[in-house]
Design a binder for this molecule. Structure first.
Ligand SMILES: O=C(O)C1=C[C@@H](OP(=O)(O)O)[C@@H](O)[C@H](O)C1
Ligand SMILES: C=C(OP(=O)(O)O)C(=O)O
Length: 429
């Protein structure tokens, strides 16, 4: 993909596709509910389509219409043994949360994914699920393919060693099949869409601070789920609107669940002109419109609790940091090393190719903002990582000349239509 630089301004309003995390969960809980769940604004990105494909193989009828998806749920005990392996493509969320669901079934199955998934650690999920009684294994102790033998589960008390919504959600799904209560202690609060949606579907979940208690229920109630716009996708336009001169963008209908808004808090601390307006609740999740205008940003340090609240946005945050005055330091973000790519390495490498001064540390980066000669166009790798590809596209807007981003089609994993929306608000195209 070629991206023309020297962008003269971005102007207008955009609507980003539905939230990836919420879309996955709507299919999963819809499949386990007794009856039809209707999902509006479902994200038709490859990751969520992988979730649909896995549940179809498990015997769930899922119909796709233009504006909605209908999941014909068969109840907690309604899944049937698949005839094939369950292929999750590039989606960590699909494989990890499904491991929890499949542990409590009465049949065996195998989960596998692409080259990137085969390198991602699954022991973080295997360990607590085994404590619950699951019979589950991975290649070399913890990598896909994963085999799951359905078994009888019991509730556990689990202190999570890392903040991970995928691990938490996998345990919560298994808790639906476990005898007794499951208690999860999170070191730092991670996104809570599973807890919110489980309650919405009639599950028995209580949350107090970082402690979540779940008890099994006899049935889940099907629902209408209107998926909020994905703040992770909105983040590319938020940063673009801040760093491209003469810009003003309104992003409509974005999910602003506080466990996801770390990127907004971090950018506000850098001096960003961001307004959150028209706040409302949609299907139990907070949603708002976000207005951004070109701003003079300055460097900051981010670490600790804010990191899980913006984990997927750190690549695009690095682009903002590289355009800010002064130094930005990112700490406590070693989880980035086990995403679709090692994002500490891949985003540092991409930004350096455009002329930024970025140094890697074991758990983050140090970014010396505003390179003297500005950004200069180059050919950069996406490493087939959708978040790196889109972050580089935004950085390319403020480079001199035309940047080439390799393997750009990977953006379809989370944001089909990204480039069309971006070109639609460029004043110079
Ligand atoms: O639960 C989820 O939907 C997700 C959780 C996060 O992963 P971790 O749980 O590994 O932090 C995030 O990076 C991923 O894109 C989506
Ligand atoms: C890490 C991501 O997703 P997943 O873990 O589901 O592959 C992401 O979308 O940035």
């Amino acid at each position: 993909m070629q991206i023309k630089g020297d962008c003269k301004g971005l102007y207008g309003s955009v609507v980003v596709p539905g939230d990836k995390s919420i879309s996955h969960r709507a299919i999963m809980l819809g499949a386990l509910a007794d009856g039809d769940t209707v999902v509006y604004n479902f994200l038709r990105g490859q990751d969520c389509l992988s979730t649909i494909s896995c549940f179809r193989k498990l015997g769930i009828d899922i119909e796709e219409f233009d504006e909605r998806i209908v999941v014909h749920g068969k109840g907690l005990k309604g899944l049937r043994k698949p005839e094939d392996i369950l292929y999750v493509g590039n989606s960590g969320t699909t494989i990890r949360i499904m491991m929890g669901i499949l542990s409590g079934q009465t049949f065996d199955c195998v989960l596998d994914g692409d080259d990137s998934i085969r390198k991602r650690p699954m022991d973080r999920v295997i360990k607590p699920l085994r404590q619950m009684g699951a019979v589950i294994d991975g290649r070399d102790g913890g990598f896909p393919p994963i085999t799951v033998k359905g078994s009888v589960l019991k509730g556990i008390n689990y202190q999570m060693p890392i903040a991970s919504a995928q691990v938490k959600s996998s345990i919560l799904m298994a808790s639906l099949y476990a005898e007794g209560e499951t208690v999860i202690y999170e070191p730092v609060k991670s996104r809570d869409h599973t807890e919110i949606m489980l309650s919405y579907f009639g599950g028995d979940v209580t949350i107090s601070g970082n402690i979540i208690v779940s008890r099994p229920v006899n049935r889940l109630q099907p629902q209408i789920v209107d998926v909020a716009g994905d703040i992770s996708s909105a983040a590319y336009f938020i940063v673009a609107g801040l760093i491209v001169p003469d810009s003003e963008i309104l992003i409509k209908g974005v999910g602003v669940n506080p466990t996801r808004t770390g990127i907004i808090d971090a950018l506000l601390n850098m001096g960003a002109d961001i307004e959150i307006i028209n706040k409302r609740i949609v299907s139990s999740e907070p949603v708002a419109d976000i207005r951004v205008r070109t701003s003079c940003l300055h460097g900051i340090t981010i670490s600790g609790d804010i990191i899980p609240r913006m984990i997927d946005e750190i690549p695009i945050f690095c682009v903002a940091a590289a355009m800010a005055e002064g130094i930005t330091v990112i700490k406590d973000a070693s989880e980035l090393r086990v995403k679709e790519s090692d994002r500490i390495y891949t985003i540092s490498r991409g930004l350096r190719a455009l002329g930024a001064d970025v140094r890697e540390t074991h758990d983050g980066m140090v970014i010396y903002g505003r390179p003297q000669n500005g950004f200069n166009a180059s050919t950069v790798k996406s490493f087939k990582d959708h978040r790196v590809a889109m972050s580089m596209a935004i950085a390319a807007l403020v480079a001199k000349g035309e940047t080439t981003i390799e393997d750009f089609e990977c953006v379809d994993i989370s944001f089909p239509g990204f480039i069309e929306i971006l070109n639609g608000i460029r004043r110079d195209i």
